[in-house]
Design a protein around this ligand. Structure first.
Ligand SMILES: Cc1cc2nc3c(=O)[nH]c(=O)nc-3n(C[C@H](O)[C@H](O)[C@H](O)COP(=O)(O)OP(=O)(O)OC[C@H]3O[C@@H](n4cnc5c(N)ncnc54)[C@H](O)[C@@H]3O)c2cc1C
Length: 314
């Protein structure tokens, strides 16, 4: 029987692990299929405080993991495949082992939806990006493309106009899905251009970066090549919540619903990071939520044991 089981070793899970371990809860932390989470697929994280020269995503993960282990977190290579949160203690069935826990912190992240076209994977971090806040700065004075037609595509596109000389939004339909006020702002921005009824069918690269995109017009089937230094893909996120369906409340996008204290609708089950975040989706905001979830798990356990916990909340 564990006090806390943490699912995921991205910034949210590992920060939760550091806090829970320092609270002497000896958390068991499941790495899942992507140890380190999304940060490990990017070369440089430039906006995580404490690293004035930036840090490679993989290095950030390794440091966080070491820090959690230093305080007694037990980090295991295992992936949850089934959970029972209807009964307490909670049960987690994973590929390798089964776990019982008095509290659980879910930090399984969410994956940006990919284009799934040739060249995309090869150029992630070298011109293909899923985060304007993270990578926009690297495109100062350059030409970029945004793929998508919803609110985030337009918002992020507008954000990118701060850096890029031009931002061309490519959308599979003939009009945007984004809210009217965003559409007006996009139309009024001289740096924004639009290519309608089109999809990206290939990312074409040169040594070290993206050079162009192969496009297809869905109405005429005509193919074209569009030169660009970078492509930002905003066609949605897929939260890693399959395993929790029917066990805790999810919203219409399958994100876990939490309150301001990272509590789900099941007392003792907390969630942190991209798996419950419809807005920020950053390493640091995920880490912050992981800290809060661990402190709340500690509070929950203390209350269950009838112990006093400092700073009791409503
Ligand atoms: C290419 C790219 C570049 C980025 N660059 C930056 C940047 O520069 N700065 C920044 O702040 N943010 C950046 N981000 C965003 C940032 O990486 C995420 O916001 C952050 O990683 C989310 O952290 P998380 O811990 O919530 O989830 P994730 O990092 O997604 O980690 C999820 C973890 O859960 C595990 N998991 C999943 N399912 C299960 C399961 N069933 N059982 C057990 N474990 C499971 C996975 O293996 C993984 O370890 C970038 C994202 C991408 C994709």
């Amino acid at each position: 029987m564990e006090d806390v089981v943490i699912l995921g070793t991205g910034p949210a899970g590992l920060t939760a692990a550091i806090y829970a371990a320092r609270a002497e809860l000896a958390p068991v932390v499941l790495r899942g299929d992507q140890p380190g989470g999304q940060v490990t697929i990017t070369d440089a994280i430039d906006n995580f405080p404490g690293f004035p020269n930036g840090i490679a995503g993989f290095e950030l993960f390794q440091s966080m993991e070491k820090q959690a282990e230093r305080f007694g977190a037990k980090i295991v290579s295992d992936t949850a495949i089934e959970v029972d949160f209807k009964n307490h203690p909670f049960k987690i069935k994973a590929r390798e082992n089964a776990y019982q826990a008095k509290s659980v912190i879910i930090a399984t992240g969410s994956d940006p939806r990919k284009l799934n076209v040739p060249g995309e994977k090869e150029y992630v971090g070298k011109g293909v990006s899923y985060c304007a806040t993270c990578d926009g700065f690297f495109f100062k004075g350059k030409k970029v493309v945004v793929v998508g037609g919803g609110d985030s595509a337009v918002e992020e596109g507008l954000f990118l106009t701060k850096f890029a000389t031009s931002v061309t939004l490519i959308h599979r339909r003939d009009r945007l899905r984004a809210h009217a006020h965003l559409q007006s702002r996009a139309n009024a921005n001289e740096k924004m251009n639009f290519i309608w009824d089109s999809v990206v069918t290939e990312v074409l690269g040169k040594e070290g970066g993206v050079q162009a995109l192969r496009l297809q017009n869905l109405k005429t089937q005509a193919e074209s090549i569009f030169d660009t230094d970078g492509v930002f893909v905003f066609i949605g996120h897929i939260p890693n919540t399959q395993v929790f369906k029917g066990q805790i409340k999810l919203d219409e996008s399958d994100l876990i619903i939490t309150d301001r204290r990272q509590r789900t609708d099941v007392p003792g089950v907390f969630a942190a990071g991209d798996v419950q975040d419809p807005i920020y989706k950053q390493a640091i905001s995920s880490a912050g939520a992981g800290c809060m979830a661990a402190m709340e798990a500690e509070r929950f356990l203390a209350e269950q044991a009838g112990e006093a916990y400092p700073g009791k909340l409503e």
